[in-house]
Design a protein around this ligand. Structure first.
Ligand code: FEO
Length: 161
């Protein structure tokens, strides 16, 4: 049986992951609106990944005999000044998610919930990759600046995800 404090925190994390999915889908729609189909593809895949993260927490709460309670998801921003701004926000957002995951690990440890701590270690590893992939694109976009050829090349690369 899951401890009620952990159950509440994991439910909050479902909401955070679904908000991430919503945010990245909104970014994907922004890229569609400026005809950067590869960027839109990358963000749509990212949104799908966030939904799968939410579903890992969802399944885990149920497997531990807890109750999933879904809360409302905040509206995401819908426009950005440039692709660079989108990836700066993505990178910052992933760092925020990392700190949420670390906070959950701290709670699991203080509550002596070893199973939850073990489940969360997958997310600890995943966040290293999440930050690295968003950070890498952010750094490349800083170099590209306003060069439209560079942006189109990047768009072709992101289409492959
Ligand atoms: Fe679910 Fe991008 O972390």
């Amino acid at each position: 049986m899951i401890n009620p404090k952990i159950e509440k925190e994991l439910n909050n994390q479902i909401n955070a992951e679904l908000y991430s999915a919503y945010l990245y889908l909104s970014m994907s729609a922004y890229f569609e609106s400026i005809n950067l189909k590869g960027f839109a593809n990358w963000m749509r895949k990212q949104a799908e990944e966030e939904t799968s993260h939410a579903m890992k927490f969802y399944r885990y709460i149920i497997d531990r005999g807890g109750r999933v309670v879904l809360d409302k998801i905040d509206s995401p921003q819908k426009d950005w000044p440039s692709p660079l701004d989108v990836f700066e926000e993505t990178y910052n957002h992933e760092q925020k998610v990392t700190s949420l995951i670390n906070g959950l690990v701290d709670i699991a440890i203080s509550e002596k919930d070893h199973a939850t701590n073990n489940m969360l270690q997958w997310f600890v590893t995943e966040q290293v990759e999440e930050e690295a992939s968003a950070g890498e694109i952010f750094e490349k976009l800083k170099v590209i600046g306003n060069d439209s050829n560079g942006l189109l090349m990047m768009d072709m690369e992101l289409e492959k995800r």
